[in-house]
Write a protein that binds this ligand. Structure first.
Ligand SMILES: *Cc1c(COP(=O)(O)O)cnc(C)c1O
Length: 371
């Protein structure tokens, strides 16, 4: 990456990261057996208010574990948004579970809760909620539906550590909930994830699945699992990161609000909502959509921004349009217009924790020039 390029994300490792990593090396504890793993699990569980936590190798791994642990099986259906990362859908598809997709709201980017009930069938076993970009899903009506139809909730809170819905922490709403600790997430372990729940049996299954479903009789297996363990080195970064969570959330909101002020006079774009009735934006990423009247696509604008040394990322490509799923006969000819439009019109701009005020001003200047 050339000098002066402002990347879409740069992590900030300015706490006890080095000290804790040094401790791993000094003690020789570098594998998943080291003490930081348990400590990180306890810290996150207690921060979010959950009974049990299982640290694992990625958010994608956490979703695999969540779906397996709930014992969803061939022929079951799970309702989820089309506008999300493939990790959510593939966790289901790989286990023969059918994702049933709902469209998303153009302003909040989250699944249209009002569209869920019509998609419930006798085969529906769960609703997968995914909080997108900074605003939470409207969770309460989904909890009501889950109660009414006896469905599980899988919560993907990968982007939402530190965010709250009506004052309750994200990661606390699923029968099973997951986080990711990829470097663009609030807390990072380089690669990493976590599964949270309150049910002892479910937790036991999650921990088994993480570690090849070993039994008391080592090397005798009753079920198939994964090696999705997190290392002590990764957990050391996680513990250091979580210690700074309040500051991290504050910085995210500071970046978002600074952009809001600087970009509000650009006529051809929609800025992210500052808040909804139930949450205040945490600006996991600063997500922009181009207005209908503007002729260029997000792709063209992102290229121009890149020419000006500003990093961006496109929005998610909807699940129902994914060639890999269409080739399997899934979602063929399905139409979910909002999620398609979001992909065409949306992109996000630098919003990582290491971003400086000067860089934010530079991004704003270039956006004014290009748009
Ligand atoms: C980042 C992310 C994931 C995947 O996490 P990885 O750690 O990259 O595997 C899953 N879901 C959502 C919503 C994400 O943003």
């Amino acid at each position: 990456m050339s000098e002066n390029f402002i990347p879409v994300n740069a992590p900030l490792l300015d706490g006890n990261e080095k000290k804790y990593l040094q401790e791993c090396i000094n003690t020789g504890w570098i594998s998943s057996q080291g003490p930081f793993v348990k400590r990180f699990e306890e810290d996150v569980a207690s921060y979010v208010g959950r009974g049990f936590a299982t640290a694992c190798s990625s958010g994608t791994a956490a979703l695999d574990i969540a779906v397996s642990a709930l014992k969803l099986k061939n022929g079951d259906e799970v309702i989820m948004p089309s506008f999300t990362i493939i990790s959510c859908a593939q966790a289901l598809v790989k286990q023969g579970v059918k994702p049933v997709l709902v469209d998303s709201d153009l302003q909040t980017f989250n699944m249209k809760v009002e569209d869920i009930e019509a998609k419930i069938t006798p085969k529906t076993k769960a609703i997968m909620i995914v909080h997108i970009f900074g605003l939470t899903v409207d969770v309460d009506p989904i909890i009501d539906l889950a109660k009414k139809y006896d469905l599980k909730i899988i919560e993907d809170a990968a982007q939402m550590l530190g965010q709250e819905y009506k004052g309750r922490k994200c990661g606390s709403f699923g029968d099973i909930s997951v986080f990711s600790f990829y470097p663009n997430k609030q807390v990072t372990t380089g690669e990493g994830g976590m599964v949270l729940c309150d049910d002892k049996e479910l937790d036991k299954r999650a921990k088994g699945l993480r570690n090849l479903c070993f039994t008391q009789d080592r090397f005798v297996h009753e079920e198939l699992g994964y090696n999705y363990r997190m290392t002590n080195l990764q957990a050391a970064l996680g513990v250091a990161g979580l210690e700074k969570i309040e500051k991290i959330v504050e910085k995210k909101r500071w970046i978002g609000k600074l952009y809001n002020g600087l970009l509000k006079d650009i006529e051809v774009i929609n800025l992210p909502l500052e808040k909804t009735d139930y949450c205040e934006n945490i600006y996991w990423v600063y997500a922009i959509t181009l207005k209908d009247k503007y002729k260029k696509t997000a792709k063209e604008v992102m290229q121009e921004l890149s020419n000006h040394k500003i990093g961006t990322r496109p929005f998610f490509y909807p699940m129902h349009k994914q060639p890999v799923f269409n080739k399997m006969g899934l979602f063929v000819d399905e139409s979910l217009p909002n999620s398609e439009k979001l992909y065409e019109k949306g992109f996000y701009i630098p919003s990582g924790l290491a971003l400086s005020e000067e860089e934010i001003h530079k991004v704003s200047e270039v956006l004014h020039k290009v748009l």
